[in-house]
Design a protein around this ligand. Structure first.
Ligand SMILES: *[C@@H]1O[C@H](CO)[C@@H](O)[C@H](O)[C@H]1NC(C)=O
Ligand SMILES: *[C@@H]1O[C@H](CO)[C@@H](O)[C@H](O)[C@H]1NC(C)=O
Ligand SMILES: *[C@@H]1O[C@H](CO)[C@@H](O)[C@H](O)[C@H]1NC(C)=O
Ligand SMILES: *[C@@H]1O[C@H](CO)[C@@H](O)[C@H](O)[C@H]1NC(C)=O
Ligand SMILES: *[C@@H]1O[C@H](CO)[C@@H](O)[C@H](O)[C@H]1NC(C)=O
Ligand SMILES: CC(=O)N[C@H]1CO[C@H](CO)[C@@H](O)[C@@H]1O
Length: 453
């Protein structure tokens, strides 16, 4: 008894020391983000704190963790936090510090997308309405009044995070931040005032000295050291790549379905299609950071939705509006993450080479040091399954699918083969699903599923 108590105390002391002095060094190169020099393959999921209630946060984050998510990504919602100039509100659903602490408590990382223009199908793209009345203001442009308020709010948020010790450099969970949002989409409209604004935004952000990297999404010319990231459904096909050989390949938004407007049907994106594009991004685009937008969409409460956007946000995500696990998406992606993690050390240690296996079939081979080998076998053909030869063995690849071979021999996962059974919402906790896999909880799952109907 005494022994174990002293061991526990010793462990506690060690933990406290790690927590209180544990500032991490987040860096990057052309292969990946690194934390204290260790390369990371990171799966990230977007969960927006004001689109659920504080009571739900812990459970949402734990279901994401159980689904193989390493990073929780959120926007910061300016018009919630600064309803009047200089008057701030971080209470209730606005309590971003508490949200970050939940992420930290569960041992996950965070990606903070400050914007402060966020789009996000949020009213006014996140801008407070009073900003419109600032004399001479031109939004998102090389305009002094706008830049003043953008810098003011960005600084406020960075200082808030710093004062709570939330950056990884301070021992906190935040490993990456974002400034602006998909600006390239609109940059041309600002003419000569576009490019200097991009440079200013990057410089301003970097000047805040968070100790962790910044990215800009959909901004191919993001100035150094800011990382340009891809948003979209098919970054494995469309991303033109980092704009420097020293920057990693990051996918900030892989849409898990799409937001819905009044009068339209929900966009259904299949679990198979998502898994295919994630695997392709890793194989073909050197991808090492992938974010699901959204992992949990939640609810647009009150008047927070942009025009014509319905209150239910990305209900088709791996966690539905209510935070229930949506199968087969949640389970299929969990299996994908597990298969990739089996060989992430090998993947991160080299760049892959491509070997043709047929007219529309490719192998991406990660041939690591000391003989370690991992391969992604890709069948691009959308019409038929094929049998390919790879390193003297035959593999059947269903149409439009990718097989992951963590040892270049055994298929751990194929993106088109969904073993998760139920295309439904599941009300039980992830722990029960884990037990189910061990084969002794079928009765309970069945019972819970019956309760749904
Ligand atoms: C952080 O890690 C990188 C990569 O390992 C290294 O080059 C750099 O010197 C480190 N920085 C600090 C402050 O330790
Ligand atoms: C932001 O602007 C307010 C006035 O609206 C001012 O009181 C405050 O000091 C500014 N904060 C920063 C960080 O510039
Ligand atoms: C929604 O789906 C239904 C059933 O598939 C279809 O009949 C209807 O035309 C669709 N509505 C729109 C707006 O696409
Ligand atoms: C992946 O990295 C290799 C090595 O730096 C590079 O040659 C290749 O162009 C990269 N591919 C993409 C899509 O960025
Ligand atoms: C495949 O077979 C050839 C000829 O038998 C042999 O030389 C080669 O080493 C084999 N490759 C692998 C990966 O087993
Ligand atoms: C932003 C983005 O690339 N979204 C993609 C996420 O994946 C789905 C399924 O392939 C695509 O349809 C989306 O375009």
């Amino acid at each position: 008894m005494e022994m174990s108590l002293s061991v526990a105390v010793a462990l506690l002391v060690v933990m406290v020391v790690v927590v209180s002095t544990g500032g991490a060094n987040v860096s990057y190169d052309g292969r990946s983000l690194m934390i204290d020099g260790e390369r990371k393959m990171l799966f990230s999921g977007s969960i927006h704190y004001p689109r659920s209630t504080p009571d739900m946060w812990s459970s949402l984050i734990s279901k994401a963790k159980e689904g193989g998510i390493d990073v929780i990504e959120t926007y910061v919602f300016w018009n919630l936090h600064e309803p009047q100039p200089g008057q701030y509100d971080f209470s209730g659903r606005r309590d971003i510090v508490a949200f970050m602490k939940h992420i930290q408590a569960q041992g996950l990382y965070a990606c903070l997308r400050i914007g402060p223009y966020i789009e996000g199908e949020w009213t006014y793209g996140g801008f407070p309405f009073w900003l419109h009345d600032v004399p001479g203001v031109v939004f998102r442009s090389n305009n002094e009044p706008f830049k003043f308020y953008m810098q003011n709010f960005t600084t406020k948020i960075v200082n808030l995070m710093k004062s709570s010790g939330l950056y990884a450099s301070q021992g906190g969970p935040i490993i990456l931040s974002q400034i602006e949002n998909e600006y390239q989409n609109v940059e041309k409209a600002f003419g000569e005032d576009g490019p200097p604004y991009v440079s200013w935004a990057a410089e301003m952000a970097v000047g805040l000295q968070t100790g962790v990297p910044w990215c800009m999404c959909k901004q191919d010319d993001a100035p150094d050291p800011v990382i340009n990231a891809c948003n979209g459904l098919r970054c494995g096909e469309t991303f033109t790549g980092p704009n420097s050989p020293n920057k990693p390949s990051i996918w900030t938004e892989n849409w898990t379905s799409f937001y819905q407007v009044y009068g339209q049907n929900a966009t259904l994106r299949s679990a198979e299609d998502m898994a295919y594009h994630v695997a392709l991004f890793i194989a073909r685009k050197n991808g090492t950071f992938i974010n699901y937008y959204m992992y949990h969409g939640g609810t647009n409460f009150g008047r927070t939705a942009a025009e014509y956007i319905i209150t239910s946000y990305y209900d088709q995500a791996p966690l539905d509006e209510y935070g229930l696990i949506r199968q087969p998406k949640w389970g299929h992606l969990k299996e994908l993450h597990e298969a990739v993690k089996l060989c992430s050390e090998t993947i991160l240690s080299v760049f892959p080479y491509m070997q043709s296996l047929g007219e529309q079939q490719e192998a991406y081979v990660f041939s690591g040091d000391s003989g370690a080998c991992a391969a992604f076998l890709v069948n691009i053909d959308n019409t038929k399954s094929v049998v390919v030869q790879f390193q003297n063995s035959s593999y059947e690849l269903p149409r439009k699918s990718i097989s992951i071979l963590p040892d270049c021999k055994t298929v751990a996962f194929n993106t088109a083969k969904v073993s998760t059974q139920f295309n439904t919402r599941i009300t039980i906790q992830p722990l029960s699903l884990t037990r189910l896999r061990n084969g002794n909880n079928m009765k309970r799952l069945f019972h819970n599923l019956m309760l749904l109907h």
